[in-house]
Design a protein around this ligand. Structure first.
Ligand code: ADP
Length: 316
């Protein structure tokens, strides 16, 4: 057994000289091993293996004539399987998100054309609702477009000197209704004159997604801080919150497409698509920067973007 196989089945090195079924407590694997020894042919099975966590495996069994042995080749498709599951779930959510407002619009048109509601009622009751729904639809669609363009590699950055302070203020302004609704305290720890070389539109997307998440995942009366540290060779731009935090087991996956920690973590601001951070990561990398995250469940989360300074040293 090689190192990878013992990792997949979580078997300590010492324990290896044992019966297969004792080492790997799975009857399907034991069966395919015995069957191959018997029929002396190639056999293949797919199965869910329940160790510490569920793994989706494909097992190929080869009969080795010379020594009357069987060789098992284990293919671990868990990450692909998980991605597919997340994607299916996302499709379901996204279709639902898009359909709900469309149904409302349709009902509204019917009611209006049958003269069951007045124009006045439309203005006062339906328009605010529709505006909110349409904002959510367009956000979802622009996230999807951004992601697919980024993945297709067709996004051209148009970097120039941008004021980081102004970019942050601009994002905070747009989020201010949500910030005040939750009574969050926001502090900005960055000099007003700091300038970085970035594509302004995409820098805005990065900041917006990170700060919006901080707002979304921080309960009322919490605190959000945005700041920059100058580390000589590079700048560290950070967004920190005192929110619900991210469980350790999820932290490596939050930048994956469609990955959400759990459905029930937001309430009134509702829809979470699992796209925001994957877009952030791709945009950060396209700029030649990198992103890190630290989090403690129930205490808060800190995202850090490492921005190397340009050789001429004129990006601060
Ligand atoms: P979305 O927020 O739309 O679900 P993201 O890609 O932005 O998607 O984030 C992925 C997951 O990471 C979220 O579902 C959320 O659970 C978690 N997350 C992101 N930012 C934070 C944060 N600041 N605090 C706690 N959890 C977070």
């Amino acid at each position: 057994m090689n190192k990878k196989a013992s990792e997949i089945f979580d078997i300590p090195k010492k324990a290896r000289r044992k019966k297969l079924i004792e080492l790997i407590p799975d009857y399907e694997i034991d069966d395919v091993f015995r069957k191959t020894l018997e029929n002396q042919k190639y056999n293949k099975i797919s199965l869910n293996f329940w160790g510490n966590e569920r793994k989706f495996l494909e097992i190929e069994a080869y009969y080795l004539k010379e020594n009357n042995e069987v060789m098992l080749i284990i293919n671990d498709y868990t990450p692909i399987q998980k991605m597919e599951e997340n994607f299916k779930e996302f499709l379901g959510n996204a279709s639902h998100e898009l359909r709900t407002p469309l149904t409302s619009i349709q009902i509204l048109i019917d009611l209006f054309s049958e003269k069951k509601i007045t124009l006045e009622e439309i203005y006062s009751e339906f328009f605010p609702y529709l505006r909110r729904e349409i904002e959510r639809m367009s956000k979802l669609i622009s996230n999807l477009l951004n992601l697919s363009r980024l993945e297709a590699g067709v996004i051209e950055l148009q970097p120039k000197d941008v004021s980081l302070y102004e970019s942050v203020i601009n994002v905070l302004d747009r989020l201010s209704p949500h910030i005040s609704k939750k009574n969050l305290k926001v502090s900005i720890n960055l000099p007003e004159n700091i300038v970085i070389f970035a594509d302004p539109q995409y820098l805005d997307t990065i900041l917006f997604n990170l700060i919006e998440n901080a707002v979304k995942y921080t309960p009322s009366l919490g605190k959000i801080e945005v700041g920059v540290n100058d580390k000589n060779e590079y700048l560290v731009l950070w967004v920190q919150d005192t929110g619900i935090g991210i469980p350790e087991k999820d932290i490596d996956r939050i930048f994956d497409r469609f990955y959400r920690v759990s459905k029930s973590r937001t309430n009134e601001d509702g829809f979470s698509s699992g796209l925001g951070l994957s877009i952030v990561k791709k945009l950060v990398e396209r700029h030649g920067w990198s992103i890190k995250v630290e989090s403690k469940l129930g205490e808060g989360t800190k995202f850090e973007i490492i921005i190397p300074k340009r050789k001429e040293g004129n990006n601060i």
